[in-house]
Design a protein around this ligand. Structure first.
Ligand code: ADP
Ligand code: MG
Length: 342
């Protein structure tokens, strides 16, 4: 048996101290961190970007197959992804938790180990939060704060007809990882059989340990690219691209053959008799960046191996379309990723 320390044995203030006493800050913008009524941040003339997420057990994550350390890491990373999607640099996070008496101090330590790992990896400071018990379930709220040079943030609404549609990384992996883990978890619940994740490290990692695309934002700065519109892909490419089109008042043409798919993910999709293209279009939680650039930036995009050009924006009257490998044109629909699971 592992040691289990009841949270009541500490009390709220001791618990907060326990969870945060090794917290260090490293950003000059962090003027005052944990320990007072509020944190103080000075972005020295740069603009402040803020985004928040609420994560609920049973809705957004399943502790049946999500290690707490990964959950802590992911809770921070998905918020940072939103800041990068504004073409900004995250600098601080505040993180609040609610937990039932099912949780021990050791369990929260695991969760915070992941939180601190993400903060260190992305050079953001944890500067506050709130701590409460809940009647049931684990509740996490994360707010990320970032900075951007005045008026260099990128909105969803700036795309123009003929802009290139680009995406970072590879798509569909997280959805396939989720499908695999849900399947194995169900088998475990029914038969007690240990999960068979052999050879599936890529897709499982895409779901449990996503990374935010800081490298792409840094590349934009280096290469002198300012996307005309951008967002991160959390719901699935087709759904999120339709958001860009709607907010920019454009149509689009997407090419199936240009969609970036990982080989391991593609093979696993075939094994499950799923269409890999559908997984790339409708699978969520990849946290890649979807953005548009003017045609003049073509060469700069092409030279970065992490970026794919997958289509172009059109006048709104031309509709939102996908051209298949066989050359057929269909209307792009937002199915989200729930329809894939059934
Ligand atoms: P208040 O009563 O004003 O809400 P708290 O006692 O909850 O104050 O918090 C004291 C300090 O600890 C504050 O700086 C707060 O931001 C920080 N804090 C509380 N809970 C957490 C947490 N889970 N993670 C990080 N910081 C926290
Ligand atoms: Mg409080």
């Amino acid at each position: 048996m592992e040691d289990r320390t009841e949270i009541e044995s500490l009390g709220e203030f001791e618990l907060i101290d326990h969870l945060t006493n090794n917290n260090e800050t490293s950003n000059a913008s962090t003027i005052l961190s944990i320990g007072d009524d509020a944190a103080v941040i000075d972005h020295f003339g740069r603009q402040t970007v803020i985004s928040t997420d609420l994560l609920l057990e049973g809705i957004h994550f399943d502790l049946g197959y999500t290690p707490l350390k990964h959950l802590g890491y992911k809770s921070v990373v998905v918020n940072l992804s939103d800041i990068y999607a504004m073409n900004a640099v995250p600098t601080q996070v505040v993180l609040s938790i609610g937990f039932s008496n099912r949780f021990s101090v050791e369990a929260l330590d695991e969760f915070y180990a992941g939180v601190y790992a993400a903060c260190q990896e992305y050079n953001v400071d944890l500067v506050g939060g709130d701590t409460s018990t809940s009647l049931r379930g684990f509740v996490i709220s994360v707010t990320a704060i970032g900075e951007v040079a005045p008026d260099t943030y990128v909105k969803r609404s700036g795309a123009n007809a003929n802009d290139l549609i680009c995406v970072s990384g590879e798509l569909g992996g997280a959805f396939l990882g989720l499908t695999l883990l849900e399947r194995e978890n169900k088998i475990f619940q029914e038969t007690g059989a240990q999960p068979d994740l052999e050879g599936q490290a890529y897709i499982v990692g895409r779901l449990l340990k996503p990374e935010a695309r800081r490298d792409i934002i840094e590349y934009f700065a280096e290469a002198g690219i300012k996307p005309t519109s951008m967002m991160d892909i959390s719901d699935g490419l087709s759904s999120d691209l339709l958001h860009l089109c709607k907010q920019s008042n454009t149509g689009c043409v997407l090419y199936e053959e240009k969609l970036p798919l990982n080989e391991e993910a593609r093979e696993f999709a075939y094994k499950l008799q799923l269409d890999p293209t559908a997984c790339a279009l409708s699978g969520g939680e990849d946290y890649e960046l979807l953005f548009t650039v003017a045609q003049a930036d073509f060469e700069k995009i092409k030279t970065n191996p992490s970026l794919s050009i997958i289509g172009y924006m059109t006048e709104p009257g031309e509709g939102k379309n996908i051209v298949t490998r066989a050359g057929n044109r269909y209307a792009l629909v937002a199915q989200g990723w729930n329809h894939l699971t059934k």
